[in-house]
Write a protein that binds this ligand. Structure first.
Ligand code: HXC
Length: 254
């Protein structure tokens, strides 16, 4: 297996496991990641995924050795990289825990997660320009939405890397943590999320994503209608009742 899966209560940690290739993302990694997580996505007992790599590399990109000799027609016929859509359409919240290099497809994988926690050593980049190509798993779109045109152009046209501090300042990263605390702090946040009502966390992340996809008026309407719909679930009653009764809520995921 090119990925290692560990379950910690309601959290599933997925660790990329191709250390010799700095976790380069080949088709097998994509396939294993998507098929494994699609099965877990429907499990009501699992409330958050954490995606991580090694200390040296989250992932150093798509696998250049796998791509290098492909022809245009092969890329089109295979719809190369389209399989990652299966990752973005997972509905369980997912956090990327990034240490070391997150380059090219690695940076794109991190951005496909709902948020990124970075170790102080993390380095982000879209260096595809150096290989004679451009980002191919959403980098030109997601990076621009997350950090704005100025920084995205700088990163994508020069191929330079951004360190964790700059990435946090630019809005790419949610938290920067000391390297030795990365997994602890990410899993702690994942557990907090996983212990809320899963149908609620699922639609909360969908509502936030709408902000990047829709105009303000449509986004607000999506949010309001989704908010209304939550009054059909028991966890809304439980959450509000628990507040009034001054006790901890016990969410059932329904
Ligand atoms: C395949 C890779 C790889 C990659 C590293 N390796 N990145 N193999 N695909 N993306 C392999 C190296 O070939 C090497 O294998 C081993 O991992 C260790 O890498 P080194 O380069 O020796 O390590 P180091 O000197 O520490 O440098 C680390 C690095 C460098 C700065 C991260 O590896 C690097 O620049 N990698 C490529 C980064 C990149 O361009 N990513 C974007 C890819 S394209 P051997 O067998 O020699 O030991 C992409 C976008 C897809 O992701 C969309 C475009 C279509």
């Amino acid at each position: 297996m090119n990925i290692l899966i560990e379950r910690k209560g309601r959290v599933v940690v997925v660790q990329l496991n191709r250390p010799k290739a700095l976790n380069a993302l080949n088709s097998q990694v994509m396939c294993e990641m998507v098929t494994t997580l699609q099965k877990l996505d429907h499990d009501p007992e699992i409330g958050c995924f954490v995606i991580t790599g090694s200390e040296k590399a989250f992932a150093a990109g798509a696998d250049i050795k796998e791509m290098e000799s492909k022809s245009y027609i092969e890329m089109v016929q295979e719809d190369f990289f389209a399989g990652w859509d299966g990752f973005t359409s997972l509905r369980t919240p997912k956090i990327a825990a990034v240490s070391g290099y997150a380059l090219g497809g690695g940076c794109e994988l991190a951005m496909m997660c709902d948020m990124i926690f970075a170790a102080e050593t993390a380095m982000f980049g879209q260096p595809e320009i150096k290989l004679g190509v451009i980002p191919g798993i959403g980098g030109s779109q997601r990076l621009t939405k997350l950090v704005g045109k100025a920084k995205a152009m700088d990163m994508i046209l020069t191929g330079r890397m951004m360190n964790a501090e700059e990435a946090e300042r630019s809005g790419l990263v949610a938290r920067v943590v000391p390297t030795e605390r990365l997994m602890e702090e990410t899993i702690e946040a994942a557990e907090i999320i996983a212990n809320y009502s899963k149908p609620v966390t699922m639609v909360a992340r969908e509502a936030v994503d709408r902000a990047l996809e829709l105009g303000l008026k449509e986004g607000i309407l999506f949010e309001r209608r989704t908010f209304h719909a939550l009054f059909a679930i028991e966890d809304q009653k439980e959450g509000m009742r628990a507040f009034i009764e001054k006790r901890k809520p016990s969410f059932k995921g329904k």
